[in-house]
Design a protein around this ligand. Structure first.
Ligand SMILES: *Cc1c(COP(=O)(O)O)cnc(C)c1O
Length: 229
């Protein structure tokens, strides 16, 4: 099976998956946290179904994808073969793809604007059960990056919860690539805490241990499991 966007060069490796679990457990122990409080999201974007199978066979069930179309191509077939899959959307969601996204994802991590939130509310009011929801914060205030700005986060969270009755589970961020991520992770934690949110999706292949030290409850690891994209 091939997909137009496939560029992955290797299969997901059970050994690499196990090594990531070991590193999460060590980072958790070092931070005085319980390893079970941290969920590993295996980011399988750009890798085709056959590359994902070994990771499913190794017992991994939580996966992240960044594109709706690609996920629609890969995951219904994989879900038919493996039960208990939990799929997270970690890439931007266009409002015209909301319906399709709701049919595919168990968690949407990228709520980042009023228009998208309104589209979700319309679906909910029409009777569709919404997935679990995270708000993406543009923690480094980067022009090219999605997410609500830190200064707007409190108001956006309040609007979603109190104004629209959405249940918000936590916050997600992608810090600037060329900066120390720790202060950014810490800042996301502060925004979550002062808003009574308990879940933090932060940390990728290059910095997930730092994220665990700063309170991540979900780390999103792609290339360290699946190889280079
Ligand atoms: C691709 C991606 C990841 C995984 O990145 P790696 O560096 O391959 O671990 C995590 N989060 C988001 C939002 C991504 O798009």
């Amino acid at each position: 099976m091939t997909s137009p966007s496939q560029t992955g060069t290797s299969d997901g490796s059970p050994e690499r998956l196990a090594a990531i679990h070991d590193r999460i457990n060590l980072a958790a122990a070092a931070a005085g946290r319980a390893p079970g409080d941290i969920s590993l999201i295996a980011v399988s974007k750009t890798f085709d179904a056959e590359a994902i199978v070994p990771v499913l066979e190794a017992g991994q069930r939580v996966f992240g994808e960044n594109r709706v179309k690609e996920s629609a191509f890969k995951w219904p077939g994989l879900r038919a073969r493996y039960s208990g899959v939990e799929l997270h959307l970690i890439g931007p969601l266009q409002t015209n793809k909301v319906k399709e996204a709701l049919a595919l994802f168990d968690v949407i991590q990228t709520l980042d604007r009023e228009r998208l939130v309104n589209a979700l509310v319309r679906e909910r009011d029409a009777g569709t059960r919404l997935p679990r929801l995270f708000i993406q914060v543009n923690i480094g205030e980067e022009e090219q990056k999605a997410g609500v700005l830190p200064v707007e986060a409190d108001a956006f969270i309040t609007r979603c919860r109190d104004g629209l009755g959405l249940e918000i589970e936590g916050l997600m961020c992608i810090p600037p690539v060329d900066e120390d991520p720790a202060p950014h992770f810490r800042r996301l934690g502060e925004i979550a805490r002062r808003n009574g949110l308990h879940k933090l999706s932060m940390g990728m292949s290059g910095d997930f241990e730092i994220a665990v030290a700063q309170g991540a409850t979900h780390v999103r690891v792609g290339s360290a499991i699946f190889g280079h994209r």
